[in-house]
Design a protein around this ligand. Structure first.
Ligand SMILES: NC(=O)c1ccc[n+]([C@@H]2O[C@H](COP(=O)([O-])OP(=O)(O)OC[C@H]3O[C@@H](n4cnc5c(N)ncnc54)[C@H](OP(=O)(O)O)[C@@H]3O)[C@@H](O)[C@H]2O)c1
Length: 277
């Protein structure tokens, strides 16, 4: 076997749009008219990347001057090197089908995903590269690494509570980031989050279960995303957190992740590989 035989097969060849002789990556955005879709288009344009186009529920308006928003995910996937999805969980299956048919990688930032969506992503990641993350920011992914380390070092007599606050328009709770942090804590403790999460306490709830990971969600105003992880023991507390001051941190991470994904082979990824964590 020579070195070429050992090299992973590049699963797909970027479209290699050439502008003034330079190769340009083109990004397609699902959910293009949304808050994140618009921020991503701006960041991509500022970074000198090409925007193939975007889709939205009703397909009206433009994502950038002269680039219309449509409703056809397959046609968009065929024209893009990589797709970024910040839309709604209900559209995930159609977006995955389009990327599989066009043989293109996809970064999924949409939150509120349930077990059925994760199963779809697992299935699709046998055919195309997929990066799925509840948060694309460097700071939050570093926080998750710290949370995992702290949870591994502290016993389950340290109660873990995750508190998040977001703007008044957010429709899912707990946030994808709170769940990402909860998963990190569970990994550190060697337990499964699904079996140990405590959500939405109200009324006579009984005492806190030892080893539980609790979640609380606050909503209001224009908060881009605050997260705090509290480790509470008898007589002392450790609190670590992250505050997003605007959406651009997520948009920058999404664009960086999408560019990284183009070079990857078939499989399922998160932000750790992109950020070298
Ligand atoms: N991973 C991260 O780092 C991160 C960061 C921020 C936000 N998010 C998540 O990203 C998602 C979008 O957030 P946002 O604040 O941008 O929300 P948003 O402003 O509501 O944008 C979502 C967009 O998706 C569109 N949409 C609905 N159905 C669609 C379909 N079938 N096909 C294509 N587009 C469709 C919506 O159109 P209509 O308005 O017409 O329904 C809307 O324009 C949310 O799940 C949010 O929690 C993730």
């Amino acid at each position: 076997m020579n070195d070429n035989d050992k090299a992973p097969l590049l699963w797909h060849r970027p479209q290699q749009l050439s502008v003034n002789g330079a190769i340009m990556t083109t990004i397609g955005i699902f959910g293009a008219a949304g808050r994140m879709g618009r921020a991503i288009a701006q960041v991509a344009a500022d970074a000198g990347l090409g925007i193939a186009g975007g889709t939205d529920r009703d397909g009206s308006g433009e994502i950038a001057p002269g680039i219309a928003i449509t409703t056809d995910p397959l046609e968009l996937a065929q024209r893009s090197d990589v797709l970024i999805d910040f839309s709604v969980p209900g559209a995930l299956s159609v977006h995955l089908d389009a990327c599989i048919a066009a043989n293109k990688p996809i970064l999924i930032g949409t939150t509120g995903l349930e077990a059925v969506h994760h199963a779809l992503i697992d299935e699709a990641s046998a055919m195309i590269p997929i990066l799925q993350t509840g948060n694309t920011s460097l700071g939050v992914n570093l926080l998750a690494a710290l949370v995992e380390q702290a949870a591994a070092g502290l016993g389950d007599d340290w109660d873990i509570e995750i508190v998040e606050m977001h703007h008044r328009h957010k429709v899912d709770a707990p946030s994808g980031t709170a769940l990402l942090l909860g998963e990190a804590a569970a990994r550190g403790r060697g337990i499964t989050l699904a079996d140990h999460s405590e959500r939405g306490r109200d009324g006579i709830t009984g005492a806190r279960a030892q080893g539980a990971i609790g979640f609380a969600a606050l909503r209001g105003g224009s908060v881009a995303g605050d997260h705090q992880v509290i480790f509470a023991a008898e007589g002392e507390r450790i609190e670590i957190g992250h505050r997003a001051e605007n959406r651009n941190i997520f948009a920058r991470g999404a664009v960086k992740g999408a560019q990284w994904l183009i070079g990857q082979s078939v499989g399922r990824y998160d932000m750790k590989g992109v950020l070298g964590l």
